[in-house]
Design a protein around this ligand. Structure first.
Ligand SMILES: [Zn+2]
Length: 661
């Protein structure tokens, strides 16, 4: 799903704030006539920007400014590209009246705003209202919609009625924030009984049977986060079905693809994530100056917290998956967290969602549960209705814990990369009290300060200890009552670190994230080529580089090989694969698996019986990039998994090393 939401200033390329400052709250009174079937929209917006010299804003290219008045007098503006400027009268509190009109682009145009028979999508950040740079706004929005459709906007629903086939609705927001977002469609509307806030679904008719389950699930998540963080900030929460394959969060509303809503994960993890964005991202807006903290925090307290509800193992599996995905990221594409803005590609998700969520996990371990939750609540109380950055989070957690955390945020946010740990020499001695273990823990410079969990296996059982390391070479020692057998650093994957090859069986992302990957297509007939090229484009995170079959012998670059079964049998020997690939059963029509060659370079093989079988992979296969292999029956994944992993370099057997005193 496309989760990219950026502030209007970034999308429209406005580099700096205008004269209206970020703390100014500007009132917009908006009046709209909308005809979804042909996309026509007429807008009157009355704006009170407060005192200032200039009002500057951007407009979407499909929208025309038809008339402009200041205090009821015709007024002039200047325009450069899509940026407009209006000089304001001195020392007054003027009312600017804009009359705008245009045709919202059809879905095929790939524009930010879309209109068609299935509905209208006008996100606040798409520049369909004259909103000054960096201003926060209060609004009242009246909309009339023809064509038997209903409209819904961010903000509180004040009234709605149907008359003469036209739907009228009024929305208001006194939560100073982003511009209104407006949606329309052939919606059936349902709402929860007696819950605060009111939860509503605006679903396409075929989705109505799902409404009840969504209303209940959303109400439960609102209650959960109310209790954890502080009171839900908006008057209602709405789930709106979208003709587009998206999952987007807006203040008090989530907009989710109609094809996605029936999928079970949507009503669970993804819905929790979208509900939580009402606190992180909408309730407290992101100050993008030092990166976007909201996706990581939302991922940690929604996606991850739900895994934790399921138990220790599911939570650990999620952390391990984050580490595994991160280890597939080539160092050239690694970025510090402070540079993460939004999810434009998979690589950004690996950093901005997963690494950031892991940082919150380590913070919680560092300061403890009480201080962690206290910090979240303090951050919420202090910054709700405002924008905030990583520094504000740091201050809140420092206050709640009473501990200086500058070093923690500096090493995890400002540096790209992750610690790379290994074990050096070790020694075991018998002492008067029992045993003494010494072991060196090494890390590549620059060294991180880490609170490492360790597991010591002794003849008496398993002991868990912690040790703080902060240099390239660290000598740890432990006194034990029973004879030690083995030691494992970070057995539960609690530390964000770069896994080594021994800990990382190859997964598809090793190939799909690497910009060096070469793609070879081998099909017996010409029909195979088109779906193969399309699949390569969808799988790879950067534009594919195609090469001839001879590139299969090139051993030092990652390889994506898309072949039909016959051609694969011919190429198989040339590939000199270290591990034999999975055999397909008779029912399977296609398979994909990642392998590592003897020299460490990676290969992703995708085979299908024929062009038809390959075509059925176009949509599902990219969703399995975290797996080592997946087998398909048609478009259904019949089996998938990660190759087994070895104990890795942070495990050390100790029993052979005992020295007598
Ligand atoms: Zn999100």
């Amino acid at each position: 799903m496309n989760k990219l939401r950026l502030p209007v200033t970034l999308l429209l390329g406005l580099a700096c704030a205008g004269f209206v400052s970020a703390e100014t709250v500007v009132q917009h009174d908006v009046d709209i006539d909308l005809s979804p079937t042909n996309g026509r929209i007429e807008i009157v917006d009355r704006v009170r920007p407060g005192a200032g010299q200039e009002y500057r804003f951007a407009l979407a290219p499909w929208l025309a400014l038809r008339d402009l008045r200041i205090n009821d007098q015709p007024a002039a503006y200047s325009r450069a590209g899509n940026i407009y400027r209006i000089t304001l009268p001195n020392g007054a509190d003027p009312e600017i009246r804009f009359e705008l009109g245009g045709s919202i682009p059809a879905p095929s145009a790939g524009d930010l705003s879309q209109s068609g028979n299935d509905g209208v999508y006008l996100p606040g950040y798409a520049g369909w209202l004259p909103v000054g740079t960096a201003e926060r706004i209060d609004f009242s929005l009246k909309v009339r919609v023809s064509g038997g459709m209903r409209a819904v906007a961010t903000g509180r629903l004040i009234e709605a009625q149907n008359s003469d086939g036209v739907y009228h609705a009024t929305f208001e927001s006194h939560w100073p924030g982003e511009p209104p977002s407006l949606f329309a469609g052939p919606y059936e509307v349902n709402q929860s009984q007696g819950s605060t806030p009111v939860v509503q679904t605006y679903f396409h008719p075929e989705l109505e049977p799902l409404s009840k389950a969504y209303l209940e699930a959303a109400a439960a998540y609102v209650t959960r986060y109310d209790a954890l963080i502080g009171t839900y900030p908006f008057d209602d929460f709405r789930i709106v079905s979208a003709p587009l394959p998206v999952g987007l969060g807006f203040p008090g509303l989530t907009y989710v693809g109609r094809e996605v809503l029936p999928l079970p994960f949507m009503r669970k993890r993804s819905l929790a994530h979208e509900v939580l964005h009402n606190w992180w991202g909408n309730g407290v807006a992101v100050d993008y100056a030092d990166g976007n903290w909201a996706e990581g925090l939302t991922t940690y307290l929604a996606d991850y917290a739900l895994s934790e509800d399921d138990g220790i193992e599911p939570a650990r599996t999620m952390r391990l998956k984050w580490l595994r995905d991160y280890s597939a990221l080539p160092p050239t594409r690694d970025r510090p967290l402070t540079e993460f803005i939004g999810k434009q590609h998979d690589a950004a998700q690996v950093i901005g969602y997963n690494k950031a969520a892991f940082v919150f996990h380590m913070l919680r371990r560092e300061i403890g549960e009480t201080a962690f939750v206290g910090g979240l609540r303090l951050f919420w109380q202090r910054h709700r209705q405002r924008s905030a950055g990583w520094d504000d989070l740091r201050r809140a957690f420092e206050e709640s814990s009473g501990v200086a955390l500058g070093w923690f945020f500096e090493q995890w946010l400002e540096r790209p990369g992750a610690p790379l740990l290994s074990l050096g020499a070790h020694r075991v001695e018998q002492t008067a009290q029992g045993y003494r273990v010494e072991i060196e823990v090494l890390q590549k410079a620059p060294a991180y300060r880490l609170k490492l969990p360790l597991q010591l296996v002794t003849l008496d059982g398993v002991e868990t200890r912690h040790a703080t390391i902060d240099s390239a070479l660290n000598r740890l020692d432990f006194e034990l009552a029973a004879r030690p057998l083995a030691l494992q650093i970070d057995p539960g994957s609690e530390i964000f670190r770069r896994l080594t090859a021994a800990e990382t069986p190859p997964i598809m992302r090793d190939i799909t994230l690497d910009p060096e990957t070469l793609t070879v297509i081998a099909g017996s007939d010409s029909e195979f080529r088109d779906p193969a090229r399309e699949l390569a484009g969808r799988l790879l995170d950067t534009p594919p580089k195609f090469a001839g079959a001879e590139a299969v012998r090139e051993q030092d670059r990652p390889l994506l090989l898309i072949a039909d079964s016959d051609q694969f049998e011919k190429l198989r020997r040339e590939l000199e694969l270290e591990t034999a690939p999975q055999r397909m059963s008779a029912r399977q029509t296609a398979a994909a698996w990642a392998l590592r060659r003897a020299n460490g370079s990676t290969v992703l093989v995708v085979t299908a019986r024929d062009a038809g079988g390959l075509r059925q992979l176009l949509r599902p296969l990219p969703h399995y990039a975290s797996q080592s292999y997946v087998l398909f029956e048609g478009s259904r994944a019949a089996d998938k998994g990660i190759w087994p992993v070895s104990r890795g370099p942070l495990y050390r057997a100790l029993d052979a090393a005992l020295r007598q005193p």
